[in-house]
Design a protein. Structure first.
Length: 367
């Protein structure tokens, strides 16, 4: 059987520099924008012992060509994928998505191995079997979950679940004394390869935790876990607490340094602003001073105008020589009432007064 090459999802790999959502790119076959509608299921996938199978119909496998052309709605292609699924992550979900999209009409059955088989053939797990069952149940691509799945697939198991194809990556999986536990599946033409997701695996996640063990231990101690629960010795517990205090002091010092830098930066910006304003004001002041007291300033013109006015006031204009002169008429004499005597006068006017007196006396005498 040739591996399905027409499906683009079979060669799907995670790209670290992906431009789409969740690291997906255009080649992944997922559009960047989707219509607002519910795409996921509302309930977890059922377990195989909860699903009724009609054994009255004979078990007849479909060929790869028939599966690719598309089968009737009531006869989907039954694809089986198994694994440990410890610390269920995006790599597991992407593998199941590829298995679900192998054929136009696919019913995906996922087998999860128990703790006993896993510990015997592979090693200790972080999550127990019930947690792993529950994680796979809630994957949107899964239609049915097989608990306590066998480590090696037997013809009886394939016939019981009426499996048409088995999906797994095509890297030989050596275990249980075999170079490849899927060898007989490949020879029977029932193997459908998928691609592993680069950069993520259960072993990678465990490696990160082991590498940063002290960080995670201190983190959980802060969150209320006891040293006994974390399997941390008394000395290490005190060491972690001391490291935590030192880190807090370092953080405070760093915060103070950052605040001081911000303060100094603000002072520098303020001082530069003040200097610029001072320069502008000084230029304005100097310009106004030159405009007032400069060689051609307003003060010089004011002094010239004031000097001209003073000279004009000190030396008034003379009357022209051709203008006629007017003689002054003598002022009329004044006579004191009820008295024959004239008021005292100057010697110049005395002769005039005497004549007047004589004139008056002569008139009296005539009377």
């Amino acid at each position: 059987m040739e591996p399905p090459t027409s499906s683009r999802l079979n060669s799907r790999k995670r790209r670290k520099d992906g431009s789409g959502p969740n690291g997906a790119t255009e080649l992944d076959g997922i559009p960047s924008k989707m219509s607002r509608r519910s795409l996921g299921l509302r309930e977890p996938a059922p377990f195989s012992d909860e699903v009724e199978i009609d054994y009255s119909k004979p078990y007849i496998r479909v060929t790869y060509e028939e599966a690719m052309r598309g089968t009737p709605v009531d006869r989907p292609v039954r694809v089986y994928a198994d694994g440990i699924f410890d610390l269920f992550h995006s790599g597991h979900a992407r593998a199941l998505m590829q298995a679900k999209n192998l054929f136009p009409n696919t019913y995906l059955i996922v087998g999860v191995c128990s703790d006993e088989l896993t510990h015997n053939f592979k090693g200790f797990t972080v999550m127990n079997e019930n947690e792993r069952y529950d994680a796979v149940q809630h994957c949107r691509y899964v239609d049915e979950v097989v608990r306590n799945a066998p480590w090696t697939l037997t013809p009886e198991f394939l016939a019981e679940h009426r499996i048409d194809f088995v999906a797994h990556d095509d890297i030989p999986y050596s275990s249980a004394g075999s170079d490849d536990v899927y060898k007989h599946i490949k020879e029977a033409g029932m193997f459908a390869p998928t691609q592993r997701t680069e950069g993520i695996s259960t072993s990678d996640i465990i490696t990160r935790i082991v590498r940063d063990y002290d960080v995670y231990a201190r983190r959980n101690l802060q969150r209320g876990y006891t040293a006994k629960e974390l399997n941390v010795s008394f000395i290490n517990e005190k060491k972690y607490h001391l490291q935590e205090r030192v880190d807090k002091v370092k953080k405070r010092v760093k915060d103070v340094e950052e605040k001081s830098k911000e303060f100094v930066q603000k002072v520098e910006e303020k001082s530069i602003d003040l200097i610029q304003k001072w320069e502008e004001k000084s230029r304005e002041f100097i310009g106004n001073f030159l405009e007032m007291f400069g060689p051609e300033g307003a003060l010089k013109h004011m002094l010239k105008e004031g000097k001209g006015r003073m000279l004009q006031a000190i030396s008034p204009k003379q009357s022209p020589s051709s203008s006629p002169t007017h003689d002054r008429s003598p002022s009329p004499s004044f006579r004191w009432p009820f008295s024959t005597k004239t008021p005292p006068s100057s010697p110049a006017n005395r002769s005039r007064n005497e004549s007047a007196v004589t004139y008056d006396i002569s008139e009296d005498e005539e009377d």
